[in-house]
Design a protein around this ligand. Sequence first.
Ligand code: SF4
Length: 331
Amino acid sequence: MHPFAYTRVSDVATAVEEVASDPGSEFLAGGTTEVDMLRVGVARPRRVVDINALPISRIEEGDGGVRLGGLARMSDVAAHPVVRERYPVLAQALEKGASPQLRNMATIGGNLMQRVRCAYFRDGGAACNKRVPGSGCAAVGGVNRGHAVLGTSEHCIAAHPSDAAVALTALDAVVRLRGPDGERSVPVDDFFLLPGDTPEREHPVGHGELITAVDVPPVPAARTSVYLKVRDRESYEFALASAAVVLRVEDGMVAEARIGLGGVATKPWRAREAEGALVGAPAEGASYELAAVREMQGAVPRGMNAFKVELAERTVVRALHMAAERQGGAR
Ligand code: SF4
């Protein structure tokens, strides 16, 4: 392991100052991914600034929504009664992510900041534009069964790994940041960048900016929301395809639809094409299928991951049926 210095801080201002003033410093929260990257030598900071003692782990109700502290643990968010009642899609996504041990350590902020990566990213002998910008992408012509089909570029096709971020995208959450120039908020859909020509840059976040909270706005229809995750095994596995669905049906017609996709895109994917096709359509299977196909029309499969196009369509359709049934508006 590359040697590094370790600092523990107890207030937000000091944490921001410590990292912002040193380009070789990084924040360390739950460490469930970061420590892994340190061990394999992919992350090589000069210093880590441990922020676990910062007072930003509360989960608070307010204005009809909920504020999740940046250091709120995944397991605590999933178990919170307000989250379970108002945003079951988020509780389900969190409970289907990682393992119980990891969920007890991993934080909401860390979950959003985890690297978008594939197996080649961890392999120092493979070309990887994220690890070494400009070195190429071994996955494009290599083993790419788990990779993305939406939002890719020739420079990176890694699928975004988070489940929670998919639910937060469907819920229009807002990420609150504190940096050396003060506070700002970023809508979660803008918080994740497509790889494009610069896959090493994953967020519009400056060095030293810290996630202090994630605000989830009031979404009344989310009380019957659903997160459906399809994977090779039933626990501790990334999604091959997942769908976060908020659906409101009135008089048999779709009045509101919010859909996030995971496992198939380079960022948590807001399925706006599908949403546009659904609103105003009859709440029935034919509408769901048409919407799913429309969303996946822009998919770019690469050899081994071509199956994901149909899998994603089927996942969306099934999740829409589940959400409609929960609301009692199924046909
Ligand atoms: Fe690296 Fe992305 Fe290519 Fe994987 S898909 S090897 S993370 S550039």
